[in-house]
Design a protein around this ligand. Structure first.
Ligand code: AP5
Ligand code: MG
Length: 192
């Protein structure tokens, strides 16, 4: 089993690269952002609660997302592995994920951290906001999402550095070029 965390700030390309990774390596994609947006669209109680945070660019409480991940792992017992996109977002989430995976004897193998300048992140998200209809792609909310990233999510990179699983990858350039860098890192572990 191969478990990958795709880590990076809002707009760094986690979703875009996940699409190519799942095609090539047949991993199950778990994006907490996608799951939450589907709950919001379906107006479930969880979605209605989460929307209050998401519309402001704030993180949804840990216990909500940790519960979601736990059920996703249980739904997929026989798989090649998972790609975690947008999770873990806090050190508490990272610790909870380690506990869940340890219990299944399938730890995280690799954490790839996409490096993109703040100027480029804002440019990407603002231009996506003009077409996507994602309610958090407005300038004011983008600024909050990036602030929240620095305050609560950047420490997750430090957490993974202590386990020597984190590798930084340049996330700027053509999408295929970035995917080439990501693939090289995954291949070097799979073939090792
Ligand atoms: P989430 O959905 O996870 O959003 P995000 O992390 O803010 O980032 P995005 O999904 O916007 O960016 P991305 O890195 O996937 O980049 P993408 O590939 O789309 O979270 C949304 C909200 O949900 C949070 O604010 C929070 O409220 C809540 N939430 C989610 N998970 C949570 C958790 N674990 N805990 C608590 N709360 C949680 O690319 C962006 C744009 O750039 C696209 O238009 C794309 O086409 C373009 N692009 C991609 N790559 C390139 C490239 N190489 N060159 C040029 N353009 C590119
Ligand atoms: Mg995304």
């Amino acid at each position: 089993m191969f478990n990958l965390v795709l880590f990076g700030p809002p707009g760094s390309g986690k979703g875009t690269q996940s699409n190519s990774i799942i095609d090539k390596y047949k991993l199950i994609h778990i994006s907490t952002g996608d799951i939450l947006r589907s709950e919001v669209n379906n107006e479930t109680p969880l979605g209605l609660e989460a929307k209050k945070y998401m519309d402001q660019g704030m993180l949804v409480p840990d216990e909500v997302v940790i519960g979601m991940i736990s059920s996703k792992l249980d739904e997929n017992p026989q798989v090649n592995g998972f790609i975690f996109d947008g999770f873990p977002r806090t050190v508490a989430q990272a610790e909870a994920l380690d506990n869940l995976l340890d219990f299944k004897n399938n730890p995280i193998n690799l954490v790839l951290s996409l490096q993109v300048s703040e100027e480029e992140l804002k440019k990407r998200l603002i231009s996506r906001g003009e077409v996507s209809g994602r309610s958090d792609d407005t300038e004011a909310v983008i600024v909050n999402r990036i602030k929240e990233y620095h305050a609560k999510t950047a420490p997750v990179a430090e957490y993974y550095k202590t386990t020597e699983k984190l590798i930084e990858v340049k996330g700027e350039g053509e999408v295929d070029q970035v995917f080439g860098l990501i693939s090289a890192q995954i291949d070097s572990l799979i073939e090792a």
